[in-house]
Design a protein around this ligand. Structure first.
Ligand SMILES: [Zn+2]
Length: 159
């Protein structure tokens, strides 16, 4: 296991949580302008999709921005087993013992969408271990493909 990577994730997770806290006292549009101008990178940019910032508007337009809470289990059975290696950087030793379940890589509770790009399959043991711990998010993979699309969806609803 690569401890440097894990330490880095923990640090970036802390940065994200701080950015999230700070963004609560700011206008969403202001933060958006920084993102559009290329002055806001990860992990701070992820605060733009936090549910706090669009919950009210979401109710108003009667439309979910994140998509359903859960992934469809029938349509998305995994080809491989538990994808614990995406998070813990080593293969799951239990993958033949359990059924795997679809979960959000970037937690739903923090604005992670129910989209294939944000989906990973974990055995029950790793699913419980992961929970919604942002410190385990693989920030080193860069900005996820879905972030820009989610920001645009929120932008269209808010502005
Ligand atoms: Zn596992």
């Amino acid at each position: 296991m690569d401890l440097t990577t894990l330490k880095n994730r923990i640090e970036r997770g802390e940065e994200y949580l701080l950015a999230l806290e700070e963004s609560r006292s700011r206008e969403w549009r202001e933060i958006l302008a920084e993102y559009d101008g290329g002055r806001l990178a990860l992990p701070q940019a992820m605060a733009l999709v936090h549910p706090d910032f669009y919950k009210e508007r979401e109710t108003e337009v009667g439309q979910s921005i994140r998509g359903p809470r859960r992934f469809s289990t029938t349509a998305s059975r995994p080809v491989a087993g538990c994808m614990a290696d995406r998070i813990w950087l080593s293969a799951c030793p239990l993958e033949n013992l359990y059924d795997v379940h679809a979960d959000h890589l970037f937690p739903y509770s923090l604005g992670g969408p129910t989209l294939a790009e944000n989906q990973l399959f974990l055995c029950p043991v790793h699913n419980r271990a992961k929970a919604s711990d942002i410190h385990l998010f693989p920030w080193e993979l860069g900005e996820p493909d879905w972030l820009r699309r989610q920001v645009d969806r929120i932008r269209n609803l808010l502005l």
